[in-house]
Design a protein around this ligand. Structure first.
Ligand code: HPA
Ligand code: ZN
Length: 326
């Protein structure tokens, strides 16, 4: 079984991390004070006891409320920098974080404030910790196609700051095909494409995300276990799945970690890897996710090394950088 020192020492990337989901309660209180925002919680303990989710939507309702403390460029910088600092002590050498501009622009915050704060921190993280990065802009799927197009338009002055687009928020009832045209527009601008699919949603959402959004990686994707044929296709085509074990437990996709299929998928030859999703809400960053797998599923060093290798080979960082990571 892989131990903590081994897991920490493995060079890893993180490809499924929502920056807004890395907002720790302590920083949330600090920003609430700085911006004179009233939170529905009095103490860090209060916050932590509210983080008791029953499904994806029950989490999202709280997650969007917490994001209200993020107002200034400095706030977005502090959020992103704190995440990178944690990465630096966990052996994470490259990150491709998500951010949700609509969560902020819908509150009247200029997209430039969001972009500048995040990008400045990513640059500092690269200089200070040697962590390379590619930023991914996510469209909120509970909002309209029109709103997604509007967001893409607002992002145009900042296209140099992003490597791709993604799709997140409430999955059920918001199938990928709703965003077929905006994904095409994004790809035509030279952006890479990923999407959340098959976290809670059916296998058809995974199939349509691949066929109609032409994504290069599937975020979550664990529901592919419902279809032997789809699993085989994902294995044959080596389409990466950015799996988030702790998230799946906290959002009740599986009752306990012992039931998580990630190692079975790995043994079937699917290109799976380990990510934290929203670590401040789900109780652990990427290293903790690896540790949970070791504890619950007796993950071996070989399996851990393969997962970490998959995280590197599935990244958009380019071959040259990839060679320096292995
Ligand atoms: N699923 C969908 N949307 C999200 C998630 C997630 O796990 N985390 C943050 N936004
Ligand atoms: Zn996610």
């Amino acid at each position: 079984v892989a131990d903590e020192a081994f897991l920490r020492g493995l060079p890893k990337t993180e490809l499924h991390l929502h920056l807004e989901g890395s907002l720790e309660p302590e920083l949330m209180f600090e920003l609430a004070k700085r911006n004179q925002v009233t939170l529905p919680y009095d103490t860090v303990e209060d916050v932590k006891s509210a983080y008791n989710f029953t499904n994806l939507q029950s989490f999202l309702d709280i997650y969007y409320k917490c994001a209200d403390v993020l107002r200034t460029e400095q706030d977005f910088f502090d959020l992103t920098y704190a995440y990178l600092k944690q990465c630096s002590i966990e052996g994470v050498v490259h990150v491709e974080p998500f951010f949700d501009p609509q969560t902020h622009t819908d509150r009247g915050i200029d997209i430039g404030i969001v972009f500048n704060g995040i990008t400045k921190a990513l640059e500092q993280g690269r200089e200070e910790f040697g962590i390379s990065y590619g930023l991914i802009l996510c469209f909120l799927r509970h909002l309209s196609e029109e709103a997604a197009f509007d967001t893409l338009e607002q992002a145009k002055p900042y296209l140099d700051h992003i490597i791709g687009v993604g799709l997140d928020s409430s999955e059920l009832g918001h199938p990928p095909e709703k965003f077929e045209r905006v994904f095409k527009a994004a790809r035509d601008l030279g952006l890479r494409a990923v999407a959340h699919a098959g976290e809670e949603g059916p296998t058809s959402y995974i199939e349509n995300a691949l066929e109609r959004l032409k994504i290069e990686r599937i975020d979550h994707g664990v529901q592919c276990t419902q279809s032997e044929q789809l699993m085989q296709e994902i294995a044959d085509k080596q389409i990466p799945l950015t799996v988030c074990p702790q998230s799946n437990i906290r959002l009740k996709v599986y009752e306990k970690m012992e039931q998580h299929p990630i190692l079975e998928l790995l043994e079937k030859g699917l290109k799976v890897m380990v990510n934290s999703d929203d670590p401040a809400f789900f109780g652990g960053y990427v290293l903790q996710n690896y540790l949970s797998l070791a504890q619950a599923l007796n993950m071996t060093r070989e399996q851990a090394a393969q997962l970490a290798y998959n995280s590197i080979s599935s990244s958009f960082c380019g071959e040259e950088r990839m060679r320096t990571m292995i």
